[in-house]
Ligand binder design. Structure first.
Ligand code: NAD
Ligand code: MG
Length: 388
């Protein structure tokens, strides 16, 4: 009896930062959830370890060279093993789960997430790139298929929580908070020389490498503006970004009467992950509580968009729409990869994205195929600039 009421979870990207924290949330509430699907790109060792602990119905290893190893470890345990990119969609099409936690990083998360939406599954959405690239298509399909999309990104979870009970009330604007990352207050003459080890040191959050660099360049906040537009059906001029170095206020909503609601806590992704998993209910947990007697200051300041130009580029993409956010995202993925591999400098990331946005032909109303084409073109162009 108890078995049947558990929510069945599929974690796409289970070996990453969000994936691992999702499993920690599940560990804390074994009576509420069971794990049906786990996927990983390269980390076969951790995927096997996770599968042996949670005994899912199926796993996917993206890197086909690791297939034999994973199969040898899990087939004797009656766990189905799949490999390769197309297997992600195949498994997303299964009937045996209730909610997908979309925790793959980058454009690679789009196809499996779309498949789950098409099936009418609930989505706990961490993979913001899915909405940045094809937010119109994903949200439209979610409405048609009645697939609830519940944000995991902490800012969007905050806004989502602020909107509970406010369905009939007009949003004047949302205020997305940004920590400012490790280079808050720095100028280009400093940034020109920064190396990846420094950029990977985020003051408040421990996350995967790509989003950590995006946080250092402020592209993360740019992507989040576009994510917010689609999630909450906003106009670009209703989305404001403010630097809040303490990361206690996770974002705010200002209503027509001028009233502002905020959601606050210590920075810990397990809170928005748990909320997405248990929505609309809240459950007790052991996540450390914010104690305002020990947090003397909550401060806010204007972002320095002259220095952190990625935020301006993302704003242009937000306003232009069409395939431009897709191009911005693709060029950013290539540029961040190149920076992480010591191929380009920190400020070159912005230059690569800007050139790609100028180069790739604008499409006002792209279909899904157009998005895949623009993504490929922008990647190739960015790679040619970097000479990879
Ligand atoms: P991560 O790099 O730690 O993990 C990424 C996961 O995706 C891994 O399991 C990896 O195996 C898998 N993966 C990578 N490339 C893949 C590919 N090409 N195909 C299939 N699977 C692939 O990343 P993360 O920090 O957990 O972030 C995941 C997503 O969540 C990102 O979109 C990020 O923007 C978003 N997010 C993360 C945080 C955070 O605190 N980490 C917060 C908010 C939003
Ligand atoms: Mg965020």
């Amino acid at each position: 009896m108890a078995e049947s009421i558990k929510k069945r979870i599929a974690i796409f990207g289970s070996t990453g930062s969000i994936g691992r924290q999702t499993l920690e949330v599940i560990d804390a509430h074994p009576d509420l959830f069971e794990v049906e699907i786990l996927t990983a790109q390269t980390n076969d060792k951790l995927l096997i370890e996770q599968a042996l602990k949670y005994m899912p119905n199926a796993v996917v290893i993206g890197d086909e060279r690791k297939y034999e190893t994973v199969k040898a470890a899990l087939i004797p345990k009656d766990i189905k093993v799949f490999a390769g990119e197309s297997a992600l969609e195949e498994v997303a099409d299964f009937d045996n789960y209730d909610m997908m936690v979309a925790a793959i990083v980058g454009f690679a998360g789009l196809k499996p997430t779309l498949k789950a939406v098409e099936k009418g599954k609930a989505i706990g959405l961490a993979n913001k790139e899915t909405l940045v690239v094809a937010g119109d298509i994903v949200m439209q399909l979610a409405v048609e298929k009645r697939a609830p999309i519940i944000p995991v990104d902490s800012e969007h979870s905050a806004i989502f929580q602020c909107l509970i009970g406010e369905t009939r009330n007009k949003i004047e604007k949302i205020i997305l908070t940004a920590s400012g990352g490790p280079f808050l207050g720095k100028k280009p003459n400093f940034l020109v020389n920064v190396k990846k080890d420094h950029a990977l040191q985020h003051p408040n959050w421990a996350m995967g490498a790509k989003i950590t660099i995006d946080s250092a360049t402020l592209m993360n906040k740019g992507l989040e503006m576009i994510e917010a537009k689609w999630l909450f059906n906003l106009n670009p001029n209703q989305i404001e970004v403010i630097i809040h170095p303490q990361s206690i206020v996770h974002s705010m909503v200002q209503f027509e009467d001028g009233s502002i609601k905020a959601q606050m806590s210590l920075p810990d992704m397990k809170l928005p992950i748990q909320y997405a998993l248990t929505f609309p209910q809240r459950f007790d947990n052991k996540i450390p509580r914010a104690n305002f007697k020990k947090i003397p200051t909550l401060s806010f300041e204007e972002p320095d968009i002259k220095t952190f130009r990625n935020l301006s580029l993302a704003k242009i993409a937000l306003e232009k729409g069409g395939n431009i956010p897709c191009v911005l995202n693709a060029a950013n993925e290539i540029a961040v990869w190149a920076f992480l591999n010591n191929r380009i400098g920190f400020l070159d990331i912005t230059a690569v994205i800007e050139k790609a946005m100028q180069k790739i032909n604008y499409i006002e109303k792209p279909n899904l195929g157009d998005y895949f084409e623009s993504d490929g073109e922008a990647r190739n162009f960015a790679a040619s600039l970097i000479k990879i």
